[in-house]
Write a protein that binds this ligand. Structure first.
Ligand code: AMP
Ligand code: ZN
Length: 143
């Protein structure tokens, strides 16, 4: 288990949003989770879902907290689909600096998508001959 405690931010932006110290455009709230509009949306309606407690990312958040975050993600996805409306959307999460995480309080992006919006997906690479089973084993053995 990796230890992220050294990276905990005592001045966390999203903790301040949870505490009401920084304003947000709130979409949904329950005892454990909060959903609010991303301030710089890929498209209007782009929403962030967070656990109210401070966990840096998916690695830190306990499974029960994570399940609650995912319940809210699904709820909000339906709301975006029906309300914006946006039939298609991306659900994404950046975990760690190399993955593009900028705010180190775990958050899931739910992003409405529209024809020609210019937002690209990642590009895949091919496995070398015989590489895939080896890679799969590395992950399976670490579970
Ligand atoms: P990430 O790269 O996954 O860490 O994304 C952080 C996200 O937080 C970005 O999409 C920002 O636009 C968003 N963000 C930063 N500050 C705020 C804020 N005060 N209110 C809402 N969203 C924010
Ligand atoms: Zn926080």
């Amino acid at each position: 288990m990796l230890d992220y405690s050294h990276m905990k931010d005592t001045n966390c932006l999203f903790c301040k949003i949870v505490a009401g110290e920084i304003p947000c455009e709130k979409i949904y709230e329950d005892a454990d989770t909060l959903a609010f509009l991303d301030i710089m949306p890929v498209n209007p309606g782009h929403t962030l879902i967070i656990p109210k407690e401070h966990y840096m990312n998916v690695f830190e958040a306990p499974a029960d907290v994570w399940a609650k975050v995912m319940d809210t993600v699904k709820k909000v996805a339906h709301g975006i689909q029906a309300g914006i409306p946006s039939p298609d959307l991306n659900i994404a999460m950046n975990n760690g600096k190399l993955a593009g995480q900028v705010v180190f309080h775990a958050h899931v992006h739910v992003m409405p998508r529209h024809e020609g919006d210019g937002y690209e997906l990642w590009h895949g690479k091919k496995y070398a001959e015989g590489e895939a089973p080896h890679i799969a084993d590395k992950i399976k053995n670490a579970l």
